[in-house]
Design a binder for this molecule. Structure first.
Ligand code: URP
Ligand code: ZN
Ligand code: ZN
Length: 467
């Protein structure tokens, strides 16, 4: 009661009535229900005076327990989704990984087994196709039966998940035919590998050179190639973790031609840079080794990516949460940047970091809700149940305090299973106050009140964002 309800399209004073797991009504402040005051009718009143009431965040790109770079991502579904809840994210979409030589349904089952009974908030999966062949293409066709409506390919990481153009073309044909959304990691992996080899041979082994090897030209080129193959096949395309302004321009051009081409960016590409972070002294820069890499401050990528978020050339923000500790994980790459496991952990901070964009005048309050919740819901077939505060929707609700404050990453103030933070020292002029997951208060008064297993697998419909 008493808060300002914010949606992707507007804001206004309203009380939100919840019954069980669902929202049943949005009421004019002071309304009576069944002839009585709200406070007399309901079991629990949460006072949201002076605060924003928003649909819970949806982080559509996380990697809990992902085996990668010779190790496994440090957050599992329990710790990762709990950290998400702390940060006002009430649903994640993770990636089931089909490894080389493995069958797709087997890999999906592995991820179901890892997540079931462990999660603090609701979850779903995208399916990574690690090996495109006759069998996996047939298996792709059956994903909608499993409630999975998006799959991901990699133009990077030869020898791990990589697909060549022939495989991409075939997968996109099948994806288009099946009504799946094709997600793409768009970087030219074989070219990157040549640059990596050459840099290492020159003794350039520091974390900084990870960003040099993964040049923006190789993101732009792969993004363009993915768009053209999507164009040819009619497959709707969603490019993950866009960082280079030139890649943004490719997406914008395709959208100007009326294509179903979408892109996400991540907080790290909006705030952090090659020079200031990846180029930190000694081995510190390893904290910021992720792919696509942080881009150069000088080339003005950040401003362009913020701009694209305003103009809808980029539609949403996910974290690509893929945490590795410095000790025992990132440190495998001392003396060889290519052996540093790729990834940054931010699942807890996305709502706060993007809210700071509102405070800083980068985006509007409504756009904040849109890019963190409403569009992810529409993009991945969840809208109606998720991404909106409306009768019938799941009561995934965040009470956000614009007068609160959040100091990120200092000491043990975060809840992710990491021995450091890429966001050390970030100050946010706002605070996640209360979080409800399907009607249950899971975070309040600076306390976690949920338990593992609260979060359930959610079956998804087709993309609801197509033009
Ligand atoms: O650095 C990253 N992004 N690690 C996770 C794997 C991926 O490419 O998304
Ligand atoms: Zn990726
Ligand atoms: Zn990723």
């Amino acid at each position: 009661t008493g808060g300002t309800v914010v949606s992707a399209t507007g804001r206004g004073a309203a009380d939100v009535l919840v019954d069980g797991e669902r929202i049943v009504a949005l009421l004019e402040p002071g309304s009576t229900v069944l002839g009585a005051n709200l406070a007399e009718t309901v079991d629990t009143v949460i006072d949201a005076s002076g605060k924003y009431v928003i649909p819970g965040g949806i982080d559509a790109h996380t990697h809990m327990s992902m085996p990668f770079g010779g190790t496994t991502a440090a957050d599992d579904f329990e710790t990762g989704t709990r950290a998400a809840a702390w940060g006002g994210t009430t649903m994640i979409i993770d990636f089931a990984v089909q490894k080389f030589g493995e069958r797709v349904p087997e890999s999906l089952q592995t991820w179901h087994d890892m997540a079931a009974g462990q999660c603090a908030v609701d979850y779903s999966f995208h399916q990574i196709i690690g090996e495109v062949n006759k069998e996996s293409l047939a298996e792709l066709r059956r994903l909608p039966d499993e409630g999975i409506t998006s799959y991901k390919l990699f133009m990077a990481y030869p020898g791990v998940f990589y697909s060549d153009d022939a495989q991409i073309l075939r997968a996109m044909q099948t994806g288009a035919d099946t009504g799946l959304l094709t997600m793409m990691h768009a970087e030219n992996g074989p070219a990157i590998d040549v640059l990596v080899e050459q840099l290492l041979a020159q003794g350039k082994t520091d974390p900084y050179y990870h960003g040099v090897a993964r040049a923006w030209q190789l993101e732009e080129e792969a993004t363009h190639r993915a768009i053209m193959l999507a164009d040819l096949t009619g497959a709707p395309l969603y490019v993950v973790h866009v960082s280079a302004k030139q890649a943004v321009a490719q997406l914008a051009a395709a959208r100007d031609r009326g294509r179903n081409v979408f892109g996400e960016t991540c907080p790290q590409y909006l705030y952090l840079s090659l020079e200031d972070n990846l180029g930190a002294p000694g081995f510190e820069g390893a904290k910021w080794v992720c792919s696509t890499p942080l881009r150069s401050r000088e080339e003005e990528h950040q401003n362009q990516v913020w701009q694209a978020l305003r103009t809808n050339d980029l539609q949403m923000v996910s974290t690509d949460h893929c945490p590795f500790c410095m000790k025992g994980q990132k440190d495998m790459g001392i003396g060889d940047f290519s052996k540093i496991p790729n990834g940054i952990g931010s699942v807890e901070h996305r709502m706060d970091l993007m809210y700071q964009g509102v405070v800083d005048g980068r985006i509007t309050l409504e756009r904040w809700v849109e890019i963190t919740s409403t569009t992810p819901a529409r993009m991945f077939g969840l809208y109606g149940r998720k991404g909106v505060l409306a009768p019938g929707a799941d009561a995934d609700i965040v009470v956000y305090d614009p007068n609160g404050h959040t100091s990120i990453g200092l000491g043990k103030t975060h809840h992710m299973n990491m021995d450091h933070s890429a966001w050390e020292g970030y100050e946010i002029d706002g605070h996640v106050d209360v979080v409800l997951s399907r009607g249950k208060v899971v975070v309040a008064d600076g306390e976690y009140r949920g338990r593992k297993g609260d979060g359930k697998f959610v079956r998804r419909d087709q993309c609801q964002y197509l033009i």
